[in-house]
Design a binder for this molecule. Sequence first.
Ligand code: SAH
Length: 274
Amino acid sequence: MSGYKFKERTAILLDDINLMTQADPKLLANIRVVLTRTSHPGNIGAAARAMKTMGLSRLYLVEPAVFPNSQADAMAAGSTDLLAQATVCATLAEALADTTLALGVSARRRDIVAEVLTPPEASTRLLTEAQAGPVALVFGNETSGLSNEELSLCQGLVTIAANPDYSSLNLAAAVQVLSYEVRQAWLGHASWPQPEMDAATGDEMEKFYGHLETTLAELEFLNPGSPGKLMLKLRRLFARTRLAKEEVNILRGILTAAQESQQRANRARNPGAE
Ligand code: SAH
């Protein structure tokens, strides 16, 4: 009997917490979970369940090994609606095209992303930026985690401070931890400060990198035949900074000016050629 009463009391408390909050549901709708190159479909289902229990709904799958799949449906239980609405993408860049902030979730600290955040810090950042548009948490493959290329598309890294002797959580468990932290931060704030800047989207950054690569090739700074790691290093540099839309426009203006100047120099060298 007393056990029943305790349960009832807990339920009332949880209801109170959910009613008390003035938190805006649109913010959770703007936070997407991106799973890259997931091997086990069961993990996709379990991740959907983890998300739905915390009020997240936007699932993006980049190159899943197997999807849709009955094991994913079974592990999703009551969250198969998230699987049905999931967006499947060929590349991570596609999944992040309209986002202004992408945080990679990884147990391993890497040089490639300068800023390492705790899950509560990441939640604050995501919810602040989610006021302006879509933002993403990016999770890696079960065996290999996030590649350097994948991390180079993220502006920060989130690490769950686990047992240093055994720090690798199951993928869906990691999704649960981050989803929980996002929800706690969301419940705790009726309002958020405005985002610091009008940040460029993933797509605008990709177009900038394309323009940068073409220009560097035209200037013969980069050999298109053997580009090496230059573009990856430059991506890392800009990911550290996080650019505003206006700054991307200025940089692209500089690139265009450099291209035009190079073309004028080429014409002056070969006046006959057209
Ligand atoms: N062997 C892989 C671990 C993959 S676990 C590696 O070393 O990177 C699958 C995914 O779960 C990871 O890519 C990451 O997104 C998440 N994950 C697991 N444990 C984590 C931790 N302690 N901190 C942050 N993310 C973690």
